[in-house]
Design a protein around this ligand. Sequence first.
Ligand code: SF4
Length: 307
Amino acid sequence: MSNQPQFRALSLGAGVQSSTLLALSAEGVLPRVDYAIFADTGWEPGSVYSHLDRLEKEIATPAGIPVLRVSSGNIRSDALNPDHRFASMPLHILNKDGRPGMIRRQCTGEYKVKPIKQKVRELLGYPHPTRVPKGVFVEQWVGISTDEFHRAKDADVKYMRNRHPLLDMYWSRADCVRYLTSLGLADTPKSSCLGCPFHGNSQWRHIRDTSPSEWADVVKFDEAIRQGNARANASGSRLLGEAFLHRSRVPLSQAPINHVTAAERAALRIGADEADVLENGVEDGCSPWACRGDSDVLTQDDFGLAT
Ligand code: SF4
């Protein structure tokens, strides 16, 4: 059995850490990856798509690294399409009895993990449902920096073996930002769906204050999912409670997204940790190969509290 990978692929989310890995590989500091694979949910902010285009044009292509964009569909339109099976987003729920909840997250698996696995199998020459022979695997690079080392995980399939080169180099997020800045990429955005319910207030404010059209888009989406996704409604599985994008479980257009001062925090009896999540969102970004912490409140099984 060979212990050599068939090829090296970078899981490119186009955020700080994976952009750093791409550049380190392109510059020859790290070995060259054979592919950089970007899983497109169809609803990233415009700044992420522009950054990805730039990475491809200025860094990947000159180094001979193909950037492969893969997709399982458009998460936004799928959620609003009554004829489409929908892999649920982690929406915040307010149950009829006032209890908070959260819908079980399936979107990362569907829109990020699945299309990457499909592409890897295709590149290996064993597309689903062909069995990948024992011992055949690819090396997959995942951008995890030292400040988030706890997120480093193995892949859940034998034909992919995860590596975390930033951890091997002891690079923190700040090291990555410094390096990207030296390459003229200081404005590398945070990658995640525009309307991800894991956003903290700082991300919501950023959208509101820098991109009115994207803000209008997320506000409209928030209104549209109040009773859950369209397919669930069409099939008679309506939510008993209401769904929201913002943690406060208030319509996004009215949600308290301005910065909470220490005095306000004290008045609201919010602890430091909770205030941090409120401001900065759930700690970890949505990466296909690293857990993003789920809610600390009651988790519902999809639309399990339906009529
Ligand atoms: S960014 Fe948020 S909404 Fe998008 S796939 Fe990840 S968890 Fe789901």
